[in-house]
Design a protein around this ligand. Structure first.
Ligand SMILES: [Zn+2]
Length: 324
């Protein structure tokens, strides 16, 4: 397994690249918009894969996608949203035309576990056997490494940590549950809280900046205002952080991880706004029972992390087939 192909199927973009398995370097990559029509989708995937393969011999193909993938057949079981037409599709069959009939290992999984696979093989989770990872962005993705393996569960759903309940009677979530973590700590949740404050006319720089365009409030703008010392923004971020801290404490008690890794756009908020207060809160909650502190660190893979993570699935698939 020297040359791997990683494909990331996102809601807005298809990304693919060739990865050197030995050191996790991205040899070349390309991307294009994700078509939302079946025939155009297949044509775009084929064109993209041929472009990055460029005649080279590929040893394995890893695919990261939205939705839930059957771990045995690599068939996409559930994929709500614009790519719903992909439900029931087999990824090995989808990529086969780009491989000119050569038999290679194909492994697919959802994008959150794909991110964890990348960290496990080439990033912050390397060498660890017990890991919890959250990706904080538009939604909250999750992944768990237990005993050195990424947990998939009975039906491929394990690790949906964004739907960890932090308030049983709380806000409705898109998943059908109430009070899920991502209904409180996600970019849309934080933006909605800020928008509500602005529309109520609260004394805040957010009101000054967004009163005439409240739909344009971004999560980043809320974190920026909090960093400037704005009391309302600090309250919104602080409240979201308490939900995240409580959720992580529960996950730590459940899984006893050596390390917690955070990825996703919101981690750009940085040490002072996110990592330090979160680590202080989580460790205050768990230190007595655990008798130790759990490190909370940032995802290491940056440029091309979605492609690298997809390629890392093949490394995991190879290991799973071995004598362990
Ligand atoms: Zn939910």
């Amino acid at each position: 397994m020297n040359t791997l192909l990683g494909l990331d199927i996102g809601g807005t973009r298809l990304k693919a690249g060739i990865v050197n398995a030995a050191d996790g370097t991205l040899v070349r990559q390309s991307s294009r918009p994700t078509p939302v029509v079946p025939a155009a989708f297949d044509a775009a995937v084929l064109e993209l894969l041929r472009e990055v393969i460029a005649g080279e011999t590929v040893d394995g193909v890893g695919i990261g996608t939205k939705g839930i993938v059957d771990p045995v057949t690599n068939v996409l079981k559930t994929c709500p949203g614009t790519l719903v037409f992909l439900e029931g599709r087999s990824f090995p069959e989808m990529v086969a035309p780009a491989l000119d009939g050569r038999p290679v290992t194909v492994a697919a999984d959802n994008d959150a576990r794909t991110a964890l696979a990348g960290e496990l093989v080439w990033g912050a989770a390397r060498g660890y056997r017990e890991v919890v990872m959250l990706t904080l962005g538009t939604g909250v993705g999750g992944g768990i490494v237990a005993g050195g393996r990424i947990l998939r569960g009975a039906y491929g759903v394990a690790g949906h940590l964004g739907h960890y309940t932090v308030d049983p009677r709380g806000r409705s979530c898109m998943c059908g549950n109430r009070g899920c973590l991502e209904a409180y700590f996600s970019a849309p949740a934080i933006e909605a809280d800020a928008r509500s404050s602005v529309l109520r006319g609260c004394m805040s720089v957010l009101t000054t900046r967004f009163l005439t365009r409240p739909m344009e409030i971004t999560c980043e703008a809320v974190f920026d205002a909090a960093a400037e010392g704005d009391a309302i923004a600090r309250e919104i971020v602080g409240e979201a952080l308490v939900r995240l801290g409580g959720a992580l404490a529960g996950m730590v008690f459940m899984l006893d991880p050596e390390i917690v890794i955070l990825g996703g756009n919101i981690t750009r908020a940085g040490d002072d706004a996110l990592f330090k207060p979160l680590a202080a809160d989580v460790n205050a909650r768990v230190a007595r029972l655990l008798g130790r502190k759990v490190p909370i660190v940032k995802q290491q893979l940056a440029d091309g992390s979605a492609i690298l993570g997809a390629a890392a699935l093949v490394v995991g698939a190879g290991a799973a087939a071995g004598p362990h």
